[in-house]
Design a protein. Structure first.
Length: 163
């Protein structure tokens, strides 16, 4: 029996996304921009993310890995010392420990400031993500520290809106 790749048979012919977030950097990273799209797929969501202007360290062996999450709040505002604090904590309707929050996403890998990724999750549907926020952090998620993985400062934010 020949194996048909899942992405080709189910995920790619999806049409337009059901939801989208346009991400902008805060004052520390004003050139950061990105788009995160949420497609209905199977029993969950195909999420695509593309970013420019991410932090990047050209030193040999630099990880250039950044935390990437959906947060429960619906606004990309905050105090001067706490950018995007109104995005609140990770989206976690099941009250699970980190890294099992519905909003825990695979990390971004900054390649000279650019990142692209696509993945499938059944942790939420596009409709459930609407009204939440996408946050990019300046450090990697350690997938251990509670309550949120010690991902550092919030450097980019976008509100997820219905398309």
């Amino acid at each position: 029996m020949k194996h048909a790749p899942y992405a080709q048979t189910m995920l790619l012919p999806l049409g337009k996304p059901r939801a989208r977030a346009e991400v902008a950097g805060g004052s520390a990273y004003p050139k950061l921009s990105g788009r995160v799209s949420f497609y209905a797929a199977g029993k969950g969501t195909l999420l695509t993310a593309e970013f420019r202007g991410l932090p990047y360290d050209a030193a040999p062996c630099a990880s250039n890995v950044l935390g990437f999450h959906i947060h429960a709040g619906g606004a990309c505002t905050g105090a001067s010392g706490s950018p995007f604090s109104d995005a609140l904590g990770h989206y976690n309707p099941g009250d699970c420990p980190h890294p099992a929050h519905a909003g825990d996403l695979p990390p971004l890998f900054s390649n000279r400031g650019f990142a692209f990724q696509a993945f499938y999750t059944e942790r939420f549907t596009p409709e459930e993500a609407v009204g939440k926020t996408v946050i990019v952090h300046d450090k990697r998620d350690d997938f251990t520290s509670q309550p949120a993985g010690d991902s550092g400062n919030r450097i980019g934010c976008g509100v997820i809106e219905r398309v």
